[in-house]
Design a protein around this ligand. Structure first.
Ligand code: ZN
Length: 482
C-alpha cells in the first residue's frame, strides 16, 4: 500500500530538543518498514510563540525562524532520517497556496462566519481555553495562566462535523492508536464548540498568513499548520502528486499526546469541510522526561539531541531512544542511564556478537553454511524477521527492539556455551555452530533494517567477509553539554 507518513511540525521558538528527535525516529522506522512511502516533516513558523521568542531575544522574527528551522533540518539529517519533504510554513510558497485553497474550500462550504471572542487564550497551546482546560487558573499543558482576549475573528463551524468525526473514529475509518487516545478523542467530541480560525493581524505582530480577502486578519496558526500535511502532498500545486500521495494513499500522522485534539477533531473537520480524504491513522507516542521532569528550557533540562548524536553516534541514539523509551508510554532519560545502556546493549551486546563471530568465521577453515541451525540453539532466529514488524505494526517499536536484543543475548550465550574457539578447525561441528551464528546474525541484520539502517548493512557486509573496527566503540568519557 502506498503511504504518506508525517510527523507533527515543530515550533521554531527554540532549538530542537530530544523529544522531537524521538518523534522523527518513530516516523522514520514506520516509513522504512514500508516500500512505497513518503515521509514528511517540517517546522511550524507562523506562530505567536515565535513572535514572542524573537521579541525576547531582540532579533528580527525572520532571523530567529530561519536560524532555528535550519537547526531542525540539520537534526533530521544527523539522525539519518530519510525524509522526502521538509516543509517550512513561513517560507515555502506551496504551503501558502495550500492554506489559501483550504480556506476558500471551507468558505465555499458555508463553514466560515464572523464572530466576536471574549475569553482566555494560552499562547503556549496557541488556542483559546475554557475553564475546564485550566487547573487552578493555569494551563495544564504549559503550567502558565492564559491571557484575556477580546477580538473579532472568523469562526469555523466545527459543531457541524462532530457526528461525522465521531463515526469515523468509532468505526476505525480514522484509526487512533493507542486505544486510550481513541477514547480521549471520543470524549473530547462531546464538548466541542465552533472554533475561531483567525486572529487580528496586529495582535500577531503582522506575522502569519493573511486571511484570503481580509488582510486585517491572519489565519489561526493551527489551521495554517495542519494544512502542511496536504501542502506537502501537492494540494493546490500538483494535482497528480496530491492524488498519489494523499487521495489514494494511506495517510498516517505520528504525533505526541498533547496535540491529539488538533489532529483528531479539528483537522478531520477542515478536511471534511473541504471535501478531502481524512487521515487513515493517527499514532500517538508518549513524552520523554529527563531526570523525572518534563523536558524544557524552563526546567533547565533541555537535552540537545545533537550532543547525544556526538556521544553515541546516530545509530547509537536511534537504538537508545527507540528501545528504552516506550513508544506509547514514553520514558525518562538520564545521561548515566543512556551511557550504561549504550555499553550493555551496543558495545557489549550487539557489537561484541558481530566481532566475535566475524573473527571465528575468518579462521574457521571451512565454508560456513547459510541455512543450518543447531537444534541446541533452542529456537529459530528467522522468526525475528516477521516478529519485529508485528511489533512495529502494533506501534510498539520498543518491543521490536527488545525482541532483537533478546536474540542478541541468546546468540552471545550460545557462542559462550558452544565455545567454537575450542572446536577443531575445518570440523563439521564448527561449521554447524558458525552456521547457526550466521543465520542468527543475518536475521538480526534484516530485522534491524528500519531501526538502525547503517548497522544493518554493516552486519550484512561482515557476514559476507568484510572486515572493520567495532560497530559501537566504547564511550570516551566526555561530558554532554546541553
Ligand atoms: Zn497551554
Amino acid at each position: 500500500v502506498r503511504t504518506t507518513i508525517t510527523t507533527a511540525i515543530a515550533y521554531v521558538n527554540a532549538e530542537p530538543h530530544v523529544g522531537f528527535a524521538f518523534e522523527l525516529l518513530i516516523a522514520d522506522v514506520l516509513a522504512r518498514s514500508r516500500s512505497d512511502v513518503r515521509l514528511q516533516t517540517g517546522t511550524d513558523e507562523n506562530s505567536l510563540k515565535n513572535v514572542r521568542a524573537a521579541e525576547a531575544a531582540h532579533v528580527p522574527i525572520r532571523e530567529l525562524v530561519d536560524r532555528n528551522a535550519a537547526a531542525f533540518e540539520r537534526l533530521v539529517d544527523r539522525l539519518g532520517v530519510r525524509c522526502d519533504r521538509f516543509i517550512r510554513t513561513s517560507a515555502d510558497p506551496d504551503h501558502a497556496i495550500a492554506v489559501e485553497k483550504l480556506w476558500r474550500a471551507c468558505e465555499a462550504s458555508g463553514d466560515l462566519y464572523r464572530g466576536r471572542y471574549e475569553g482566555a487564550y494560552c499562547v503556549g497551546c496557541e488556542q483559546f481555553v475554557s475553564e475546564r482546560d485550566l487547573v487552578g487558573g493555569r494551563c495544564n499543558e504549559h503550567d502558565a495562566p492564559p491571557e484575556r482576549i477580546e477580538e473579532d475573528n472568523v469562526y469555523f463551524r466545527l459543531t457541524k462535523y462532530v457526528e461525522p468525526i465521531r463515526s469515523a473514529v468509532a468505526s476505525g475509518r480514522i484509526e487512533i492508536v493507542p486505544s486510550h487516545a481513541r477514547a480521549e478523542v471520543l470524549e473530547a467530541l462531546d464538548g466541542v464548540r465552533d472554533l475561531s480560525v483567525s486572529r487580528p493581524a496586529d495582535r500577531a505582530g503582522g506575522w502569519g498568513l493573511r486571511v484570503p480577502g481580509d488582510p486585517s486578519q491572519v489565519v489561526y496558526v493551527w489551521f495554517d499548520a495542519l494544512a502542511n500535511y496536504i501542502a506537502g502532498a501537492g494540494y493546490g500545486t500538483d494535482d497528480a502528486a496530491f492524488e498519489r500521495w494523499w487521495s489514494s494513499a494511506e495517510r498516517v500522522h505520528v504525533i505526541g499526546t498533547g496535540i491529539l485534539r488538533f489532529h483528531a477533531v479539528y483537522w478531520p473537520a477542515f478536511l471534511l469541510s473541504a471535501g478531502l480524504p481524512l487521515p487513515t491513522s493517527i499514532r500517538v507516542h508518549g513524552y520523554l522526561t529527563a531526570d523525572g521532569k518534563k523536558i524544557g528550557k524552563s526546567n533547565g533540562n533541555a537535552i540537545d539531541p545533537i550532543a547525544l548524536i556526538d556521544r553515541y553516534g546516530d545509530e547509537g541514539l536511534r537504538h537508545l531512544l527507540l528501545r528504552h523509551v516506550r513508544t506509547v508510554g514514553g520514558g525518562d532519560l538520564s545521561i548515566e542511564r543512556l551511557d550504561r545502556l549504550y555499553e550493555a546493549d551496543l558495545a557489549d551486546g550487539l557489537g561484541n556478537l558481530v566481532s566475535r563471530w566475524a573473527k571465528l568465521a575468518a579462521t574457521a577453515g571451512i565454508p560456513i553454511p547459510e541455512d543450518r541451525i543447531d537444534p541446541a540453539y533452542g529456537s529459530d532466529p528467522r522468526a525475528l524477521v516477521s516478529e519485529v514488524p508485528r511489533h512495529v505494526g502494533a506501534f510498539a517499536l520498543d518491543e521490536g527492539l527488545a525482541s532483537i536484543a533478546a536474540e542478541v543475548d541468546r546468540a552471545n550465550r550460545y557462542i559462550q556455551a558452544t565455545e567454537p574457539w575450542r572446536l577443531a578447525k575445518g570440523s563439521t561441528r564448527l561449521a554447524e555452530v558458525l552456521g547457526t551464528g550466521r543465520v542468527t546474525l543475518s536475521s538480526i541484520s534484516t530485522a534491524l533494517g528500519p531501526f538502525l539502517p547503517k548497522t544493518s548493512i554493516e552486519i550484512a557486509r561482515r557476514i559476507g567477509g568484510g572486515s572493520g573496527g567495532p560497530l559501537f566503540p566504547r564511550l570516551a568519557r566526555r561530558p554532554v553539554h546541553s
